[in-house]
Every structure is written in C-alpha cells, then in structure tokens.
Design a protein around this ligand. Structure first.
Ligand code: NAI
Ligand code: 15L
Length: 268
C-alpha cells in the first residue's frame, strides 16, 4: 500500500517549509520534526537527531520518512559529523528497529561536486558517477548514500537518495539554470520516490527538466517522476546580470559550483 503517514525531518528549513505546503495535496499526513520549533505547528516534534530515543519515538508508526534534517552548508568536520553522519545513522537505525519500510534521503549534488560539468557535446552526468565530494558537507551526503545502500543490503530497508540540485522558488544564478528543481517538481519527485515499487536503494538526480541540464534524469523518471518545469524563462535575465559561465573558473567548471572553491558556511 502507498505510504500515508510520513515523517518529515528538517521541517522548519527552507525545503521542509516548501514540502509542508505541497505534499499534503498528494494525500500524505505529515509528522514534522526539527531542532527548531515551527510557528503555527504546535504538534511538530522539536528534537535533535543526536537524541537517539527521541528519534526512535519520532519514527514509530510512520509508513515512510523524508529525511531533510541536517547541516545544509559547509561546516567544521566535527559539526557535520554530529548532525549529518551520526544523526542520519540514528534515523536509519530507528527506522530499522521500528519497521519503517522506506526513507527518501536528501542527498546533494555536493556528494559529487568535483565532477566536471558537461561542456559542448559532453554526455550528461550519470547517477553512476563516483562520489567526489566538494566539502565535508558533501562527504556527509556521500556517507548518507552509502548508509542507505547498507541498510538495504543488510536489512531490506528501502531508500531513494535524491541528489538535489538547487530547490528554491526561483533560480538565482547562471549555474542554477542547470541544476534548479522547482518546488512543485520537488514535491512530484518526493511523491514518486515514496510510491514507486521495488526501489531497493535508488540514486536519482533532483532537478526540473531544465533546458541547460547537466545531469541525467533517467533513474528519476523510472520512479514515475515527470518534471513539468524548466529554468529557461530566467536565463536571459540571469545571464545579462551575471555573464555566461567561464570554463577557466573552477567554480564554473564543476557540478558543485562555488562549493568547490568558496563554500557557504553554516551560520550556527
Ligand atoms: P535548511 O538548512 O533550510 O534546513 C535544514 C533543517 O534541518 C533546519 O531547519 C535545521 O534546524 C534542521 N536541523 C539541522 N540539524 C539538525 C539536527 N541535528 N536535528 C534536527 N534537525 C536539524 O536546508 P534546506 O535547504 O531546507 O535543505 C534540506 C535538506 O536538503 C538538507 O539535508 C540539505 O542538505 C538537502 N539539500 C538541499 C538543497 C536545496 O537546494 N535546498 C540542495 C541539496 C541538498
Ligand atoms: C545544497 O546542497 C545546499 O543545501 C543548498 O543550500 C544549495 O546551496 C544547493 O546545494 C546548491 O548547490 O545550490
């Protein structure tokens, strides 16, 4: 049966807020969790992924989990270790112990950020491309994908790891023209990842069907994902403001963009 009750971790964050708005239309009942309280959501669970018992209680009785919580930018390794590596392990272990069948894991393009982005006639980047993290942050996402594979092989807990490009209301850079995922397409992709049958552990790229796409959406489409959006309407304006990407600039030459040279730092 299709999952109905879904734990959304990181529900106070940018993507969590967008998904809280969009996913109920697909029939899901969301249980919310975040380190921070959420205004207007008194039932949201306020908990740190570091708290094993709280995580176990939070996953009890849900059909599936969308795991967004964690540090979403670069930070010192010790911080990333706690929130993203130990925290994601707590979540997987709790899900296994409580018999949750599937986790949709918010991985990131930064797990493979040092992959050169295609130029000219180069083929699109495949989901089979090796891990090439561009930050400790990206390294934690590579770990999360391996954790997902391990819990599938060892315990039969299914996952879809979504290597999200940039999911924001609008693309705001020339790079984002290639990796943007509209919030509506994000909800379509999460819905497909929750409902497709026999996913085992599947890695997919998370973006809209952008005209300037850098990566292959085949495995995402195989889940039933049909993207409806394209960043192209923003292209003329963004290129006029920022100029075309310069292949000599390493931040422009790799999938991870400025994370390869000058990553944004987590504020707390
Ligand atoms: P965000 O930083 O806005 O949200 C992350 C949320 O996780 C925050 O509300 C924070 O309070 C919570 N959190 C952090 N540490 C926690 C802990 N130890 N225990 C419980 N909650 C904790 O990030 P955003 O943009 O919403 O991203 C969501 C997820 O998707 C993240 O895992 C991020 O790495 C991933 N992602 C997002 C992309 C995007 O374009 N927005 C791109 C690629 C990946
Ligand atoms: C990410 O992984 C970050 O969490 C998000 O804030 C964006 O910076 C995104 O990647 C991106 O590459 O644009």
């Amino acid at each position: 049966p299709a999952p109905r009750t879904v734990l959304l971790t990181g529900a106070a964050g940018g993507l969590g807020t967008l998904m809280r708005e969009l996913l109920p239309a697909y029939g899901y009942e969301l249980r919310l969790l975040d380190l921070r309280p959420i205004e207007g959501e008194p039932d949201a669970i306020v908990a740190d992924l570091a708290d094993r018992d709280a995580v176990r209680e939070a996953v009890r009785g849900v059909d599936a989990i969308i795991h967004l919580a964690g540090i979403s930018l670069e930070a010192p390794f010790e911080k990333i270790l706690g929130a993203n590596i130990v925290g994601t392990h707590h979540l997987y272990e709790a899900a296994h112990e409580e018999g949750v069948r599937r986790i949709v894991f918010a991985s990131s393009n930064h797990a493979v950020g040092f992959t050169p982005r295609p130029q000219g006639d180069d083929p699109l980047i495949s989901v089979e491309t090796p891990h090439r993290p561009d930050t400790f942050y990206g390294l934690s996402k590579a770990f999360g994908e391996d954790l997902a594979q391990f819990y599938w092989d060892k315990h039969g807990l299914e996952s879809v790891s979504v290597r999200i490009g940039s999911c924001f209301p609008e693309p705001t850079s020339v790079r984002m023209l290639s990796v943007w995922m509209s919030p509506a397409d994000g909800a379509r992709l999460f819905h497909a990842a929750l409902t497709a049958e026999d996913v085992g552990h599947t890695v997919v790229h998370g973006s809209s069907a952008n005209t300037r796409l850098w990566w292959d959406l085949t495995s995402a489409r195989a889940l039933g994902y049909e993207p409806e959006d394209d960043s192209e309407p923003w292209a003329e304006k963004l290129i006029a403001e920022q100029g075309e990407l310069d292949p000599e600039n390493i931040a422009h030459a790799h999938l991870g963009g400025h994370f390869v040279s000058d990553p944004p730092i987590w504020p707390y």
